[in-house]
Design a protein around this ligand. Sequence first.
Ligand code: FE2
Ligand code: FE2
Length: 342
Amino acid sequence: MAFAGFGKTQIRYDMFDIVRNAEEAKRLIKCERIYHRGQELAWDGRDVLAELIAAHGGVKVDPAKADAVKRIFAIIMWGELAAWKISAQLADLLVPLESKMAATSQAHDEARHFYVMHDYLLQLGYLPERMDRAPQALLDLVLETDNPLYKLLGMQLMIETLALTIFQTVRELEVEPVLTELMKYYERDEARHVGLGMQYVPSLIAQCNKRELARLMAFQARILFWALWELKVLAPDFATLGIEPREVLERGRRKQLAAFQAASEALGVLVERERNPVAMVLNGAVELLFPAPEERDLGVLGTFETAWKAFWRRDQRVEDRELGVHASHAIRTARGVDPGEL
Ligand SMILES: [Fe+2]
Ligand SMILES: [Fe+2]
């Protein structure tokens, strides 16, 4: 406890000198850049939403698809609130200046994502209500841990890659014109947030011993369990929009893999040679829960055989483009039009 300037203080005087090596210093410079890019690319949510609504003559969605859009994006809206809270927690928890800056800039972005999504859903006549149990449990896991590594891995590398997957898929399908345009703005921001995870998770993992790493994998498995359940809950709504849930899952998996590869390569681990037990279980679970169309009539034994093969499948290296696509959209920021990064 601090008293009259004596004793323990919350001011971390060591925040400038905990860099362990040149490679980490480079990653921290990238974190600092995330903060400054966030400032350069900040867009005014009120203006952008109002302009898009005016340009398209209102929010016009096929009545057969309106409820599905509302249900999927209500979860996204509460997810943005959770991301806002989690990035604010990280802004406090992370010690090195550059990572703290990146988390702080993310909290600003997530506040914008939350109110813009809320205002958009109001246009559809949505009244905020409690979510289904699966997405709630998924977000609670990351909200309630006080371990910054668990928070970063759960939010920035796992939940945000899943959100990016949904944003990209809905944008490509052009479900509703205002939403299609809005997704580009969200993707630009979320890509930076995944960047914070890729740059700073390696520093925290490097401090873990084997037992802590095993616990981290157990946490990762719990997140995957609830994420898969959430996708199962949303499957009928995805189907209404013409989205194949398995494709969402495959794309999400590729994005997560791309983020994990970037993080683990910083630690000098070659992904192709490493077998991550969580990835193996996920590969198997995908086959059981979301069999491919040609494998749906295989019966119980056939499905288990496919799952077993998937369990032992080695993951290939994922193209950098998997995450790069989100930074390529042109958006109108408060400073003018930004053409996107190619
Ligand atoms: Fe967000
Ligand atoms: Fe985010």
